[in-house]
Design a protein around this ligand. Structure first.
Ligand code: ZN
Length: 322
């Protein structure tokens, strides 16, 4: 009798959407993917009911394709107790999800192994296993979005810290006199180099020169305007690179990774931006620490979360079989 095909579920739970996919265990390809509203402002049982609908749908898809789901991986914002598969405390954009026992709920309902991790950790895992840093053993990944999320891979494993609250790279302070951050600190790098910070800096520069401020500003617009030669956009990007370069120099001096992978809004930016950040990093970092470090674009884009969730489940399921 032929063995039934093994499938994996990857779920990327975010403040706006839950992205989810069914993966083939043979080649880890996406067989089906979709997204649904995460209902982040709803009570916890409503959020879980939404997750159950998603998993039910994926289990049905698996059956239709003649296979069976063997494990579930899921990413969520916030600090995750990886051993327990539950949230530690709260996460700002999803108030009712405080202390949510994700593994407990999902594994008891579906009788499947479930692994849960922080979403930025999973982005780093995905890029180090299947993306821009494929095959590398020491990798740091940053997502430059509303804030800056960070994940650290050491010796091919996610580094979570002793109490699952490490790798908060976005809250590395680069200026003790800097603007206050909602983490309670001051001058965090996410106040200088996130997509939000870039947009804010650009708007301030336009206003300062009494120029018309477009209604919608995003990083794509800033990069476009810089390409058109607009000085305010060029200056915004230069500053972002300088701050980011300094932050990456700190990371490189400490971790000496093979790759630093940058994702989020900047993935639209092109190689010149990466080169400029790299130049700024080399200006500040210790030469021996920075020598062979490559700064690259994230490759997996919007799929990084689901692929990371799948890889988490895939890797741990493999270990379980041995
Ligand atoms: Zn902070």
């Amino acid at each position: 009798m032929a063995l039934e095909r093994e499938f994996f579920i990857g779920i990327d739970f975010g403040g706006t959407y839950v992205k989810y996919a069914l993966f083939s265990g043979d080649d880890r390809a996406i067989l089906f993917k979709d997204k649904a509203p995460s209902k982040a402002d709803q009570p916890q049982d409503v959020i879980f009911a939404g997750l159950y609908d998603i998993i039910d749908e994926l289990l049905e898809k698996a059956q239709q394709q003649g296979g069976t789901v063997v494990a579930i991986g899921m990413g969520s914002p916030g600090a995750i107790d990886f051993d327990q598969g539950k949230l530690i405390g709260s996460t700002p954009n999803i108030p009712s999800f405080t202390n949510a026992d994700i593994r407990g709920k999902l594994s008891s309902r579906y009788d499947l192994p479930v692994w849960v991790d922080n979403d930025a950790n999973l982005m780093a895992l995905a890029e180090s296993r299947e993306g821009a840093a494929k095959g590398a053993t020491n990798v740091i990944a940053l997502t430059l979005g509303t804030g800056i999320g960070g994940g650290i891979i050491i010796d091919s494993e996610v580094y979570r810290g002793s109490f699952f609250a490490g790798a908060e790279i976005g809250h590395m302070s680069i200026n003790l006199e800097g603007p206050p951050c909602n983490c309670g600190g001051k001058g965090c790098i996410e106040r200088y180099a996130s997509a939000t910070a870039m947009v804010h800096n650009y708007r301030t520069k336009l206003r300062g020169h009494a120029l018309k401020v477009p209604e919608e500003i995003n990083t794509i617009l800033i990069f476009d305007e810089a390409e058109n030669g607009q000085q305010e956009a060029i200056d915004t990007i230069d500053e972002t690179c300088r701050y980011l370069g300094a932050a990456l120099a700190n990371l490189v001096n400490i971790f000496n990774p093979e790759y630093i992978v940058l994702g989020g809004g900047v993935s639209e930016a092109g190689q010149p931006f990466m080169d400029q950040i790299s130049k700024e990093m080399h200006r500040v970092a210790m030469p021996a620490s920075a020598k062979d470090v490559k700064i690259v674009h994230a490759q997996l884009g919007n799929d990084a979360g689901i692929i990371g969730a799948m890889r988490l489940a895939f890797d741990h399921y493999e270990k379980m079989q041995k």
